[in-house]
Design a protein around this ligand. Structure first.
Ligand code: PEP
Ligand code: MG
Length: 295
């Protein structure tokens, strides 16, 4: 199977019914890109920028260098950079708030960025400066209500105005949201987002009320729970209605056994762990009962 996976990884993914499916990769740490051929994917669907914050907040140049490396690697393919998703299962010393009773329901993801505007501004400036090199998409995590995206965009506008004033080369990135809360999934059509990416790890956690890091609840935290599938289907429908891309970048997308189910829900973009590109493309090419066209 390994040789077959390697061969298929180099080709575009197409279902038996002829639907073209995008397969992108998740980047948790840019060192995984060393020796990885960008030809195997349609771009980067998720960059988890938390790796940059392990020793405290990095300055703008440090972030810029990291983002530039990733954008150059992608050779013109889209690169989705997620703004800091600290909190919950990803505490960042010196950044996340101490003493929260329930960090998974606390100030995490974009909530934290909007609370610490100077920290957010540095990241937005670095993302916008890297966007001069290729199609960069900025993605905000853990959102609940549309005003959060509006506030993030307003911060982006301020960052862009600063860069213009300073004469620093940059470009405006697209601005999309992660669908990780039931509220965001149920209202997806109301958001002025340039794209959606379903974070199934958190979405499952919040729909099933099972902490994602609690192994005793693994059976209940089921990706196939009909409530989870309903929210994915609704998000796909919202994206089609608004004419914007819907991707899924949680662990679900990396599981070949779940690929037929996700295809049947109309999903056309999978962002997966680099090692899973071959297995997922193989599953896409062999899935039975594909919907001929999601439109
Ligand atoms: C998710 O929640 O599915 C996701 C992709 O983000 P993370 O796992 O980094 O929270
Ligand atoms: Mg998440």
């Amino acid at each position: 199977l390994k040789a077959e996976e390697a061969e298929i990884a180099g080709k575009p993914a197409v279902t038996r019914a002829g639907r073209k499916i995008r397969v992108l990769v998740n980047v948790d740490d840019p060192s995984i890109l060393d020796g990885l051929d960008p030809e195997i994917c349609d771009g980067i669907g998720l960059t988890r920028t938390e790796f940059l914050f392990s020793k405290g907040p990095p300055d703008e140049e440090t972030q810029l260098q990291a983002y530039e490396t990733i954008v150059r690697w992608a050779k013109g393919r889209p690169v989705t950079i997620r703004t800091l998703d600290a909190g919950g299962d990803k505490p960042v010393p010196g950044v996340t708030l101490d003493g929260e009773q329930n960090p998974f329901l606390g100030v995490r993801g974009l909530r934290l960025s909007l609370l610490d505007r100077p920290l957010f501004r540095v990241q937005l400036r670095a993302i916008a400066r890297a966007a001069r090199l290729g199609p960069v998409k900025m993605m905000v995590p853990m959102v609940t209500a549309p005003f959060e995206l509006d506030e993030a965009r307003a911060e982006l506008d301020l960052a862009l105005a600063e860069l213009t004033g300073e004469g620093l080369a940059h470009a405006r990135p697209e601005c999309g949201i992660m669908i990780e809360t039931p509220a965001a999934a149920l209202t997806a059509e109301d958001w002025d987002a340039d794209f959606y990416s379903i974070g199934s790890n958190d979405l499952i956690q919040y729909v099933t009320a099972c902490a994602r890091d609690n192994p005793n609840l693994a059976k209940l935290a089921d990706a196939r729970n009909p409530a989870v599938l309903e929210l994915i289907a609704r998000t796909v429908a919202a994206g089609k209605a608004r004419g914007v891309e819907v991707s899924l970048c949680g662990d679900m997308a990396s599981s070949p056994e779940l690929v037929p189910l996700l295809l049947s829900l109309g999903l056309e973009s999978f962002s997966v762990a680099p090692a899973q590109v071959g297995p997922v493309k193989l599953a896409i090419g062999s899935a039975e009962g594909d919907v001929a066209n999601g439109d």
